[in-house]
Write a protein that binds this ligand. Structure first.
Ligand code: PHE
Ligand code: CO
Length: 306
């Protein structure tokens, strides 16, 4: 469950309007549950980057990371895609909260991406600017023990465990950079909501075909204790072939498992299908009503589970 509500803040309402910093904090102050963002924003630079301050993590926090890691590690074989499994092993982060600088050096050698530490959610234009420059923002704080299964904002476990391993795949890495550039462009074209849905149904909740069957590449699933099994086996959810326009029209759930998952054949498909200029697509889709999360349109087939 952990990644649903948390990424919603980032990808939809909370940050939809904040093209500048003042709007961002105004939106934060109005979070519906009355809470404020829990990160410490007092030491950010102009890109919202902070020092990780690894020495400040307590032994209890490292122990909690290990518990989170071990739960997910058991669920990964046969469910996560290959690059996730291979990169996770290479990262060697099972013993405690990783040092971002060490992992960042490994990642840079593989795909030219780096990791930057951030206090938590950041304004859209800042987030997309990092992606466009092959920097992935990772939240520094770890959830509390009471939040083992559920957390309302992305923490270091979701951001790191869920997202970083995928960045070792060169095609996915290039795609995410293009996404960042495309999102900066979409902000000017009124297309950000549509791109948020694309991000949600791919980077956060995407499934991929493999010769052995369906696998997970979405970070929101990979860092979740329950959805990783549900998404692959539950007849309660739909699994549809990935289609850019279909995805960009589809609303998503932020407080339950997804009712629809979109399945790519491989990362090249994700890259190629998102490469065309989206400007005319935004125009066309603005005229259409978005589809509820559990829609099966006439002519569509739910992919069968073997
Ligand atoms: N091709 C998109 C555009 O022209 C940009 C984009 C690339 C969006 C990759 C998402 C992912 O606007
Ligand atoms: Co995420």
């Amino acid at each position: 469950m952990n990644a649903k509500v948390m990424e919603a803040n980032l990808e939809s309402g909370l940050s939809a309007a904040d093209s500048n910093t003042d709007d961002f904090f105004a939106a934060v102050a109005e979070k519906s549950d009355g809470t404020v963002l829990r990160g410490d924003y007092s030491k950010i630079d102009d890109q919202y980057v902070v020092k990780q301050d690894w020495d400040a993590y307590t032994p209890e926090q490292h122990a909690l990371w290990r518990r989170l890691y071990q739960r997910q590690a058991k669920l990964i074989p046969g469910r996560a895609c290959d690059v996730f499994i291979e990169s996770l092993e290479a990262l060697n982060i099972g013993d405690g909260i990783p040092r971002f600088e060490e992992s960042s050096a490994l990642l840079f050698k593989a795909t030219g991406w780096t990791l930057v530490a951030v206090p938590g959610l950041v304004p859209d234009h800042i987030f997309f600017g990092h992606l466009a420059n092959r920097r992935f923002p990772v939240t520094v704080w770890l959830r509390d023990p009471e939040e083992f299964d559920y957390i309302v904002e992305p923490d270091v476990f979701h951001d790191f465990f869920g997202h970083v391993p995928l960045l070792f795949n060169p095609i996915f890495a290039d795609h995410l950079q293009d996404y960042g550039k495309g999102a900066l462009k979409a902000m000017k074209l009124g297309g950000l909501g549509m791109l948020a849905r694309l991000y949600w149904y791919t980077v956060e909740f995407g499934l991929i075909q493999s010769p052995e069957g369906l696998r997970v590449y979405g970070a929101g699933i990979l860092s979740s204790g329950g959805e990783i099994e549900h998404c692959l086996t539950s007849p309660a959810s739909l699994r549809l072939p990935f289609d850019v326009e279909r995805v960009m029209r589809t609303l998503y759930k932020i407080d339950s498992y997804q009712e629809t998952y979109f399945v790519i054949n491989d990362f090249q498909q994700l890259f190629d299908d998102t490469a065309p200029d989206f400007t005319p697509i935004y125009e066309r889709l603005k005229a259409l009503e978005p589809l509820p999360a559990n829609t099966l349109l006439p002519g569509e087939t739910n992919l069968s589970l073997k």
